[in-house]
Design a protein. Sequence first.
Length: 179
Amino acid sequence: MYDGRMVDVLNLQPEDVRPHNFIHSICNLNRYTGHLPFPISVGLHSLRMAERVPPHLRQAALIHDWSEACFNDIASPIKATLGNYKKHEKAAGRVIFDAMHVPYELLAEIKQYDVKIRQDERIATWGYENWKSDKWTHDGDAQPIGITFVEQHWRDVRAEYTDYFVRYFPEQDLITWRT
């Protein structure tokens, strides 16, 4: 982890869930296994989603992909072929949500926003005409939310994410970053 601790991700414990470790990681993890004209990190994805969901879902949106800090952002078709991968990812997600005192059931409610924001990411990186082509069958007829993504340095994303995080998780310890 970012703070130098070793964590058994296949047996994640509540005491392993330290926000700075997860925030740092997801702000460095690229979506779409890095196959983009410019990087969109998991952290930026989560932040932009949290800004657009109803207020009662903001905490869940911020942490919905924290398990990827343990397991990476692997393309869904590949995840499906990796045996127990989804089981382990879901178990870690439950521990994370419990440790952060966010109801795990909110994941089902934010799924629609996750699918919609994916459309914005695709338009921003591959263009509207490419997005409108018949290549994107995975999300059905999901429509974009209307977020414009631009290239941002991971440190800027981490700073912006951290500011938003402390607003919605005020009970957490102050997060400071090494330079």
